[in-house]
Design a protein around this ligand. Structure first.
Ligand code: 2M8
Length: 436
C-alpha cells in the first residue's frame, strides 16, 4: 500500500476516535475513556500532523491529576457507561480530584514528559510550543515528585507499581506467580463487559480479573494512602518497563526544565533522580546470568524470572551502558528461540519470549505483537545506534497494519489482527515511525 494512503488511514482513525476534539479514546467501543499512556502515545502521533491537537490531548489528561501529583491511568468520559470497572468501583477520594472529574485510582507507565518534549520539538510555532511547555511543566514535575516520594518510600531510585494495570502490560507472565498467591475467602462480584465485545480467548481470564478487582478493593479500603498500601499490598513490584519509561521521561523533563530556565535546585532534583535511578536499576535489577534486567518483587525480596519484551525497554530509557545493550540485543533479541523470527514466527516482536512456558500468540500481552512495544524498541535501538535492526522493526510494523488493519495486537505467526480494530495507538505510532 502507498505510504500516503496508510498515513491518511491512520489520521482518519485518530480523528474518528477523537472525543470533542480534545482527547482520544483508545477505541470508543472497547475503551471509551481516556487512558494515561495511550494518550501519551496518541499525542506523539498527533504531533506529526496536528501539534496543537497533541497539546490538547495532554492537557485533557492532566484535568484528572490528583492533588498528590498522581496522573491516573483513566480519566472517565462522563457520557459513557460502557466499561468495567467504572468510577463506582474505584471510589477514589473526592478531595484528590476536581469535583467535575472522575478517575481511576492507579497510574500507568509515565511517558508524559517524554511526549511533551516530543510535541515541543514537532511544533513549528515556537512561541506556542513554549507556552505549552510552561503550562505543563509544573504538573509534570508534580507527577515525577509523586512517583519518587510516594512510590519509592525507601529512596532507592526505583518506583513500585501496585496493580498489573499500572504496568500497561496487564497480564504479562511476569505477574502470574504473585497473582496466583492471592487467595482471599471470596472475591468481589462483578460483571465484565470486555468479553462481550472481543473474543474472550484473547482477553485475560476471570481468574486474573478476580485478582485485579480484589486489588482495587484493597486500594480503596486503604484510602489510596500509598504508605499504607506499601505495608499491606501483596502486589509491589519495581517494574523494568515502568522504570525505563520513567527514566526516558526524566531525561525529557530535564530538557524542559532547562528550556523553561527553572531554578537550579529544581534542575538538581531532576539530575539526582536520573543518576540514582540509573545506578539502582543496574545494580538491583540486572541479572548477570540471564544478561537482562528483571523486575523486583518487593514482598518476596527477589527478582521475577520471566523473559518478556520488557527486557528491551531499558534501550528506550537509555538506562544501560553499551556493553549491556549489546548483550541484550545479541543474546536475546537476535536469538531464534526467543524473539528473532525464523521458522516459527513471521513477524516481530512477540511480547513474550518464544521459549517462555506461558507464550501464547493470541492472548493479550502473552505473545501477540503490539505497536507500542514495537515502537519502544524501534526508538530504543536507534538510541544505541542499531539502525538496521530498528528499520527491520519498522518494516514489520508497516506490513502488519497494511495487511491486517490498525488492530490492537497481532498474531506473530501470521500477522492476523487480534483484540479490537481501529486502535488509536497503533495508528499514532505508525505515523510517528513513518515520519522518521
Ligand atoms: C488495556 O488495559 C485496560 C485496563 O487498563 C483493559 O484491559 O481494560 C491495556 O492494554 C493497557 O495497556 C491500555 O492502556 C488500555 C487501553 O488501551 O487497555
Amino acid at each position: 500500500m502507498e505510504r500516503e494512503i496508510l498515513k491518511r488511514r491512520a489520521i482518519e482513525i485518530l480523528n474518528q476516535n477523537s472525543i470533542n476534539e480534545a482527547w482520544t479514546a483508545p477505541n470508543p467501543d472497547l475503551y471509551p475513556h481516556q487512558w494515561n499512556w495511550d494518550s501519551a502515545f496518541i499525542s506523539i502521533g498527533f504531533a506529526r500532523f496536528a501539534p496543537v491537537r497533541a497539546q490538547k490531548e495532554i492537557l485533557s489528561l492532566l484535568r484528572g491529576q490528583w492533588k498528590d501529583g498522581m496522573v491516573p491511568h483513566i480519566v472517565f468520559n462522563p457520557n459513557s457507561t460502557g466499561y468495567f470497572p467504572n468510577p463506582e468501583i474505584w471510589k477514589v477520594p473526592r478531595h484528590q480530584i476536581p469535583s467535575n472529574v472522575h478517575t481511576s485510582g492507579i497510574t500507568q507507565p509515565p511517558l508524559l514528559s517524554y511526549a511533551c518534549w516530543h510535541i515541543y520539538n514537532c511544533t513549528n510555532d515556537k512561541k506556542n510550543a513554549l507556552s505549552f511547555l510552561s503550562e505543563v511543566y509544573k504538573p509534570l514535575l508534580a507527577y515525577h515528585r509523586f512517583l519518587y516520594n510516594k512510590r519509592d518510600p525507601e529512596g532507592e531510585g526505583l518506583v513500585f507499581i501496585t496493580h498489573p494495570w499500572e504496568s500497561g502490560l496487564d497480564n504479562s507472565p511476569r505477574w502470574i506467580e504473585i497473582l496466583e498467591r492471592i487467595k482471599p475467602d471470596h472475591f468481589p462480584s462483578y460483571k465484565r463487559i470486555d468479553k462481550t465485545i472481543v473474543s474472550a480467548a484473547q482477553r485475560p481470564d476471570d481468574k486474573e480479573y478476580n485478582r485485579y478487582i480484589f486489588l482495587i478493593d484493597l486500594l480503596r479500603r486503604n484510602g489510596y494512602l500509598w504508605d499504607k498500601i506499601f505495608q499491606k499490598s501483596p502486589f509491589l513490584v519495581q517494574d523494568v518497563l515502568f522504570n525505563s519509561i520513567l527514566q526516558a521521561s526524566n531525561l525529557s523533563l530535564q530538557k524542559i526544565a532547562k528550556k523553561m530556565k527553572r531554578p537550579n535546585d529544581e534542575k538538581e532534583e531532576i539530575n539526582r533522580w536520573i543518576s540514582k535511578t540509573f545506578n539502582a536499576f543496574n545494580d538491583k535489577l540486572w541479572n548477570e546470568k540471564k544478561t537482562y534486567h528483571q523486575d523486583y518483587n518487593i514482598r518476596d525480596k527477589k527478582q521475577i524470572k520471566q523473559n518478556t519484551i520488557a527486557i528491551f525497554s531499558p534501550l528506550f530509557g537509555r538506562i544501560l551502558d553499551k556493553k549491556r545493550a549489546q548483550q541484550i540485543i545479541e543474546n536475546h533479541l537476535l536469538s531464534p528461540n526467543e524473539y528473532w523470527p525464523k521458522t516459527h514466527l513471521k513477524y516481530m516482536l512477540t511480547t513474550t519470549s518464544r521459549d517462555n512456558e506461558y507464550w501464547n500468540p493470541e492472548l493479550y500481552w502473552r505473545g501477540p505483537i503490539w505497536m507500542n512495544t514495537n515502537w519502544l524498541l524501534f526508538r530504543g535501538l536507534m538510541e544505541y545506534g542499531y539502525e538496521d535492526l530498528s528499520s527491520k522493526i519498522l518494516h514489520h510494523s508497516i506490513e502488519l497494519v497494511e495487511n491486517a488493519g490498525f488492530y490492537e495486537y497481532f498474531d506473530p505467526r501470521n500477522g492476523s489482527g487480534c483484540g479490537i480494530n481501529n486502535f488509536s495507538w497503533s495508528a499514532a505510532l505508525v505515523l510517528d515511525m513513518l515520519a522518521n
